[in-house]
Design a binder for this molecule. Structure first.
Ligand code: PMP
Length: 415
């Protein structure tokens, strides 16, 4: 606690002798609300509807063991060595097959840069484009990890309204006009168009075309982040925005959700000039992404029926989505929520008299955790919403969690 009469600056100096040495941009670095929650919510008695951990138990270990063995016997020396900043060509060839399932068929392996997960790609793109005070446009709400990264480069995230079809084109145009009139520099539009984290909304094809049209007209780059596209439950998502435009879109993909996040392998598909800068940025930050892990993923993709494995994941998450939806209908029918067509999350809208952030300690005492909506806004909104994830807990645990959550909410309403 800060002693009375001592300001935060002085308190910081007392705690950390290097307090005055940090770069100004570290002011934008703060522990995400999600991260603080992980510690509490990882206790086994707490049903965590908070994190976004994939259910990797659904991945047969022998598939990875076998990929690992081939990798060591056939590419061991290379896998244990430094690699190039762009990533190994063999994985980039395989990535073309993955992206084809999202409608991207005009790319070449040379347009791809392998990264250490797509979070790394977000950081690289931010590093290339963002100066202090620049603006990034993003859906309202938007992925907490991206907001944090953009802020760590001292950029401002400005949210654009969405509806059931995704970003609202009129709101996008009006926001651009307003910001430009204020003399602001808009660097790119960040979008999670498929099964958004956290809103679960998918942008319709019509909207993708409209948004693209506006961005082309206004000369605004699109950063399309698509880790969940192949995890659909009912019908496939529309083709990626990148499939409609090769010049104005940077596309991010990841093996974290369709394979395993522990491998930390993601990728960027970018127009040539940007790709060149990305490779330089990779080299300056990590020299090269892990050759070892890229080879494990390459061999996995070569020798297993990876599309069948994605189908397995879809089945697991579909069942959990259904459990979540049914439990909400049974226990919290007075509120509204999105029934996700894919991905990991449900977005629950509470009433104005409930504050999800304030309510969280009480929820944890009652052994259920969630992520307050405030984590997903850069502008202080989100108090009456929460993100519920259904990816990790079993259907039974999800039902228990929602029942406990309903008790907490009803208790709050009675206060
Ligand atoms: N983007 C979005 C929308 C995400 O939900 C996540 C993970 N939660 C990431 C990027 C980062 O994923 P990774 O670095 O594991 O590829």
């Amino acid at each position: 606690m800060t002693p009375i009469g001592v300001g935060p600056q002085q308190a910081g100096r007392n705690l950390d002798p290097w307090f005055d040495s940090y770069a100004a941009r570290t002011a934008g670095l703060s522990a995400s609300e999600v991260r603080a929650l992980f510690a509490v919510a990882s206790r086994p008695e707490v049903v965590s509807l908070a994190g976004g951990m994939p259910f990797v138990e659904a991945l047969p270990e022998e598939l990875i063991e076998s990929a690992f063995r081939t990798m060591m016997s056939e590419h061991g020396a290379e896998a244990l060595q430094y690699g190039g900043g762009q990533g190994i060509p063999q994985i980039r060839e395989m990535i073309l097959e993955v992206m084809a399932l999202e409608g991207i068929t005009d790319a070449s392996a040379d347009d791809i840069v392998t990264t250490t997960g797509s979070q790394h790609a977000l950081d690289l793109v931010a590093k290339l484009f963002l100066d202090p005070g620049d603006v990034v446009l993003a859906e309202s709400p938007s992925y907490v990890g991206a907001i944090g990264t953009f802020r760590s480069y001292q950029a401002d995230v400005v949210h654009v309204d969405i509806d059931a079809d995704g970003l609202d084109p009129d709101a996008l145009s009006a926001t651009i006009t307003r910001l430009r009139a204020e003399g602001r520099h808009i660097k790119f539009l960040y979008t999670v168009a498929n099964f958004n984290n956290p809103s679960a909304i998918t942008m319709s094809l019509e909207r993708r075309r409209q948004i693209l049209e506006i961005c082309r007209r206004e000369h605004i780059l699109i950063l399309e982040d698509n880790p969940y596209g192949l995890l659909y439950f009912d019908e496939p998502a529309p083709p990626a925005i990148r499939s409609l435009d090769a010049d104005g879109v940077i596309y991010l993909g990841s093996f974290s959700k369709i394979l395993s996040p522990g491998l930390r392998v993601g990728y960027v598909l970018a127009p040539h000039a940007i790709r060149e800068k990305l490779i330089l940025a990779v080299e300056s930050s990590i020299l090269s992404p892990s050759t070892f892990n890229q080879w494990v993923v390459t061999e996995y993709l070569r020798q297993s029926d990876w599309q069948e494995q994605i189908e397995e994941y879809r089945g697991v998450y579909r069942e959990r989505r259904d459990a979540m939806d049914e439990a909400l209908r049974e226990h919290l029918p007075q509120f509204t929520w999105t029934k996700p067509g894919g991905g990991f999350f449900t977005w629950l809208q509470l009433s104005e008299d409930l504050d999800s952030k304030q309510m969280l300690p009480r929820a944890v005492t009652e052994l259920v955790a969630y992520t307050p909506g405030t984590a997903f806004f850069a502008d202080g909104r989100g108090h009456h919403e929460m993100r519920l994830s259904f990816c990790f807990p079993t259907p039974d645990r999800i039902r228990t969690g929602v029942r406990r959550l309903a008790n907490v909410i009803n208790g709050e309403l009675e206060l």
